[in-house]
Design a protein around this ligand. Sequence first.
Ligand SMILES: Cc1cc2nc3c(=O)[nH]c(=O)nc-3n(C[C@H](O)[C@H](O)[C@H](O)COP(=O)(O)OP(=O)(O)OC[C@H]3O[C@@H](n4cnc5c(N)ncnc54)[C@H](O)[C@@H]3O)c2cc1C
Length: 423
Amino acid sequence: MVADAQPASVVIVGAGQAGYETAAALRERGYPARITLISAEDALPYERPPLSKAYLKGQEHFSDEQLWLRPASYYTRQSIDLVRGTVREIDPVARTVRLADGSGYDYGHLVLAVGAQPRGLDVPGARLRGVHTLRTARDAAGLRASLATARRAVVVGAGFIGLEFAAAARESGCEVTVVEALDRPLARVVTTPTAEHFTRLHRRAGTELLFGQGVAALHGDDHKGVTAVELADGRMLPADLVLIGIGVVPRTELAAMAGLPVDGGIAVDSRLLTSDPCISAIGDCAAFRHMRFGNRLRLESVQNAVGHARLVAERLTGRSRAYDELPWFWSDQFATTLQIAGLDDGHDSEVVIGDDPDAFSVLLFRGQELRAVESVNRPADHLAARRLLERGVGLSPVEAGAPDFTLKGHLARRREGSGVAVG
Ligand SMILES: Cc1cc2nc3c(=O)[nH]c(=O)nc-3n(C[C@H](O)[C@H](O)[C@H](O)COP(=O)(O)OP(=O)(O)OC[C@H]3O[C@@H](n4cnc5c(N)ncnc54)[C@H](O)[C@@H]3O)c2cc1C
């Protein structure tokens, strides 16, 4: 089977950031035919980052409409058929998808943008009232309502979602304890100096952080809901609200049922095509080949979802290329912003720049090569780091360690040296 350069119709399963962006980018690029965007959620396509940040701080600060990526009129104007429903089955031979209500849609090209779902905590009591996960606007609305009355919150998992929620809960007056199985927060995604900064930040705000701790059970009853978290060492933490933030699992079932390979996500090549040339997979659900990194990657970020969507829209309108965008990411906790440029795919040295313990950047090197930069409250460093990494501008650990070194200055010097106009 050969993929159409410009298929007769495009069906997109999942109307999250990646799905919405695919539809929008197709229309921006002049794609003239039918676009069907199928959403399992009730809400119009919306952005998720505020759900663990500003949205939690109260109705008066953030309405549901402010989450929308576009108002309803946009989809009508752009002739994007927004369909409410859950796709249960793909028939790759007939090129159709079937929804739970029995309806079916033919596709010329199918884009799987089905995202990921929170990993569950497999302990007794995990289904008690007052125990939450945070992925959807509905989850966030439930948490926001609970925060209005909750007094003691326990957060299981010190990843981005857990820490962002912990900050919002603390700011709304809750006593907060974060329980983490590993020895520091954000252990899989940031270096020790950055992790230590976030430990200090949360402790300074009065949050208790417990590392190297597992959860044995959640206690409570049908009447009161959750009342306590029992740790693996037997300690009991009183709680009337528990957030489970132990990561997500990509949604791969539909793809697997259709016979598509799965490899830590729906397996796609560097053009984001599955083994079927008429089916792409993008965003959080896709394990893809990235031109800058060796192994298959699965990334969870807005930038990745948007970048994937645009690439697929380009391919479906006649311009095929391999995905090589530099990954970047951000997280807001209290008044602190962390920004990460690049990806730590194994580093052997670190250089910290900036003397302020609350505003610094960590440069990660493999050998003589800069691989990633974590910036805490240093937005100018982040922008310069992205440019350096995108353009492959050389920088050694020795150069970065010089007393007066700045990323911006280095970028400007290298541009002058290469005769490229600064701008
Ligand atoms: C609370 C929170 C905060 C975040 N903060 C940040 C941040 O600060 N910075 C950042 O870069 N990233 C952040 N992220 C991550 C970012 O939001 C995700 O990486 C991005 O939303 C992924 O988009 P996606 O479209 O791939 O998946 P999703 O947004 O998960 O969308 C997938 C959609 O597909 C639907 N779906 C699934 N199966 C089916 C089916 N069979 N039929 C129909 N529909 C289906 C789902 O219901 C869902 O609506 C955050 C995520 C969360 C949850």
